[in-house]
Design a protein around this ligand. Structure first.
Ligand code: DGL
Length: 291
């Protein structure tokens, strides 16, 4: 039987894991945070692709048959190449018995489930994307939103300091206020009609209390109307539940012990401490090396 692997560059994927476990508590999960090499969002395509592939490979060799890239940067920069180029090779090796696990594997991302929710939320049709520099430069959100049948005005804002603040555990402190203010002002200066802000990075929900407070205090000054903020956890959880209903060949492979094991490329104690805070429940992580 197999587990569901959840991958992120660091702690951000925990926001997705938490929502998925709420929706699908019966399955067994393996979380991998590449904290030692985070942030990914300021790296080039080649690096993000290489790091992501190493993590996917590790999870697939650790009894996972389904891997969720709970990272927008990895979804934007690496998912397509992994799905089109690497997965067919990996699955052929699995089928031929050259890998321990012979069952077919798949890798899913977080961008499409988020984009699909947008038309039902925006009233003005003006949407803002807050994301890492790599996700913004990939234009993945813009391209996916263009595929929808509704026409939208999309603005993007790179927030290069948000992931480092969260990885350093500084997101609840006063220093984070400066960068919350900076990026929210910038995106609303691009388009004050925005009524829907997508947190296009799985780390960003950890800043949600500060973002919500900023909108409450400043929204009227910088935006024409009310603003809704979209976090991805719930959307990704619903999308995975739907995927498993449509793909019983994967659902039937999954073990149902309700467990979750945590791996990090950084110090295990440090990860355990921070993850326990983010999840409000005890986490005991194990250190691994990738690549
Ligand atoms: N959580 C990742 C994302 O969703 C952060 C990427 C990074 O490490 O910069 O994009």
């Amino acid at each position: 039987m197999a587990k569901i692997g959840i991958f992120d560059s660091g702690y951000g994927g925990l926001t997705i894991l938490e929502a998925i476990r709420r929706e699908l508590p019966q399955y067994d999960y393996l979380y991998l945070g590449d904290n030692a090499r985070a942030p990914y969002g300021t790296h080039s395509f080649d690096i993000i692709y290489r790091y992501t592939l190493q993590a996917v490979d590790y999870l697939l060799n650790s009894d996972c048959s389904l891997v969720i890239l709970a990272c927008n940067t990895a979804s934007a920069k690496a998912l397509r190449t992994i799905q089109q180029h690497d997965l067919p090779l990996i699955n052929a090796e699995r089928a031929e018995g050259r890998r321990a696990n012979g069952r077919p594997a798949n890798v899913l991302g977080v961008i499409r489930p988020t984009v699909e929710a947008v038309p039902a939320i925006t009233k003005t049709g003006h949407v803002g994307i807050l994301a890492t520099p790599a996700t913004v430069s990939s234009e993945s959100y813009v391209l996916e939103l263009e595929k929808l049948s509704v026409s939208l005005f999309v603005s993007q804002q790179a927030c290069p300091m948000w992931v480092p603040l969260i990885e350093a555990g500084e997101h609840q402190h006063a220093g984070a206020d400066y960068f919350v203010d900076l990026y929210l002002r910038e995106i609303l200066a691009k388009d004050p009609q925005i009524d829907t802000l997508i947190l296009g990075c799985t780390h960003y929900p950890l800043l949600l209390p500060k973002i919500a407070q900023w909108i409450k205090n400043n929204g009227k000054r910088f935006a024409a109307g009310d603003i809704q903020v979209i976090s991805q956890g719930y959307l990704e959880a619903k999308s995975l539940a739907d995927y498993l209903t449509r793909h019983p060949e994967y659902a039937s492979q999954l073990s149902q012990g309700g467990s979750c094991h945590y791996l990090t490329t950084e110090n295990a104690d440090r990860f355990s401490q921070s993850a326990s805070l983010f999840l409000s429940s005890p986490v005991l992580a194990e250190h691994i090396d990738l690549g």
